[in-house]
Design a protein around this ligand. Sequence first.
Ligand code: IVH
Length: 787
Amino acid sequence: MTDAQTAAERLAALRSEIDAHNYRYYVLDEPTVPDAEYDRLFRELQALEAEHPELVTPESPTQRVGGEALAAFGQVRHEIPMLSLGNAFEEQDLLDFDRRVREGLDLPAGDLFGGGAEVDYSCEPKLDGLAVSLLYENGVLVRGATRGDGSVGEDISANVRTVRNIPLKLHGEGWPAVLEVRGEIYMPKAGFEALNARQLESGGKPFANPRNAAAGSLRQLDPKITASRPLEFCTYGVGRCDGELPGTHIEILHAFKRWGLPISRELKRAKGVAECRAYYDDIGARRDGLAYEIDGVVFKVNAIAQQRELGFRAREPRWAIAHKFPAREELTELLDVEFQVGRTGAITPVARLKPVQVAGVTVSNATLHNMDEVARLGVMIGDTVIVRRAGDVIPQILGIIAERRPADARAVHVPEQCPVCGSAVERTQLIKRGKGRESVSEGAVYRCIGRLSCRAQLKQAIIHFVSRRAMDIDGLGDKIVEQLVDRGLVNSPADLYTLAYEQIIVLDGFADLSTRNLLAAIEHSRTPTLARFIYALGIPDVGEETAKLLARALGSLARIQVALPEVLTWLPDVGLEVAHEISHFFLDEHNRQVIARLLEHVQLQGEGELHAEFAACATLPELLGKLNIPHIAVTGAQKLADRFGSLEAIITADWLDLRQVERLTEKAARSLREFFDQPGNVERARAIEAQLRAFGMHWESERQQAAGLPLAGQTWVLTGTLESMSREQGKERLEGLGAKVAGSVSAKTTAVVAGPGAGSKLAKATELGVKVLDEEAFLAALAQLNG
Ligand code: IVH
């Protein structure tokens, strides 16, 4: 085979591979390889074509900008093509660019240290989104289009209008009669994270990166979907322009800003290539802190006259270049999956990777989160995977290259025994309540059941226990905890309190003073607040905030320890799952022993009463709600509570009694009866009520509270509009005086306050002979009652 033949074959292979990637990237918004891999293929093709110019064809991907207009949208012909940019990967590429610019402008040569005449450049971040063209006629946005293949794009006017920082009309004055601005639509990082979280929650597929998310959002046939996506726009250039614009790129962008078009806050001017280089370093250092993804910076010759002089080469301007940052995504091989044991026993799969350089750092491990993630990625050992490293975050595996799976790839299996202690591994369960019963499904997390007998868990538990926000034992770093555990000196957190001077001083890195300091720190931790203690126990899903909440609301460890899950869900932000974790934790015999031993050494501070606000928040309708009785919704529960007044009366109510409850359907009544015909349900309901009573948060305490108030026991109804206050304010005033404020009028209603516009409620009150007050009389009554 001749050289030209092999080159021709390689060219054909590269072109078809790049074409396939282009299609997935531009049309499907679903690239399968990282940009770095694409860039490598593209550069190989460029280099090969440079060696064999006779083999360059017009269809070669190097001859096009990439992207095809989607037929689903109308087509837009760009009168001035939307071009792409040349890339600089190394410093030398940038110096070469600057040299070509100087040569093109006939300027004397310079170097990184100045010298020669320096070119005036503008510097901007290279946003990682989608290029768009916005056409303004007489200051009004008339069209928005994608770049497409550079000559023909898609008409996405309706979608573009939903991007909130794109002005539909230009501000101020002086804009050209026809002005086509160009820029990038992108999705900020925070919005991207939130969108992906929503996608996952609704069972959808998460987007691989913000660029894909932006592209996918803009290419929606329904603009309402686009509108719901957190997109932003940033202007970086001009297309068609019938009218005058300033003479430099930076001045043009500042004019755009005055007309209401967003421009980059990072736009800067650079004198010469050395300042460009400094800009690149500065933005590079701040890359992780920016609110949006960038993949490099763009340098442009600032003077428009010089841009004209330089002109274009193929599909790229000679006056601009993109200086790319090292890629954050790379390809490598998954060598193995190991399992790590965390503080709560959770067993986490960790990917062992063939070491690869990602954005300047060697990556050989990545997190796989849990087995659901492994399943979602469909990853097998031996696969070629895409790894991503962004900022300080642990490297992540984004996906696999399915085509490169080797024949001997192996599935990832959870070990049946804990890799550290050999105890059994259990799959966690998810408990959901609905329609009167609990349903249990399998969770994504596997746990070693060894608890503190598992050294991995013990170490993590102690590290957490002594941490600053928990028991705050200074001087007990991770390495020391490891030694204490490995030497068998500490088998439970309580053992910290019986450590002796002789046992500590022999540890690596300890001398007399450090030993005495550590003993003093341990001593000092003997009087924690209840909140710190709860947090220090390391209950799954109980962070510092939840620990504080539990301590503040329930006031004592004894109450927290026995609280039923349903009672815990009365706490704001505590859902049934967390409530079950808490209650499970305290029911566990092993945990009880650990706590009992700890209490021999520590005295909890600030234990006290149940918080008054918490005490007052339990109501009978809510209790009925927590029982999840089928067909009994909020109104039904309210009606039952109004009618029967106590749980016991509802449990024992007979069919006839139930049928008397106003607006309670037959179906609901039957369902209620069936529910309480099951002894388990009755017991559970009684237990919850008994606990609420024991804690002092029973609704009877509400009544007692109201009992001393002037309107206690009364039911008022507000209808029509009030002039001096809103209905909500009126309700608050009445409730403050002990009254209940109801939404409908019945024979039991004490009084109706009727403002202008009152309708059926007023009529019903008149019909039933209920007392009616107008606003004036109402105000007079309030004034009298308030004294
Ligand atoms: S200027 C003729 N400026 O990069 C110059 N492009 O590879 C055309 N991009 O299609 C582009 N930020 O999607 C320019 N500040 C910036 C940019 C930028 C992102 C994108 C744009 C363009 C691609 C070129």
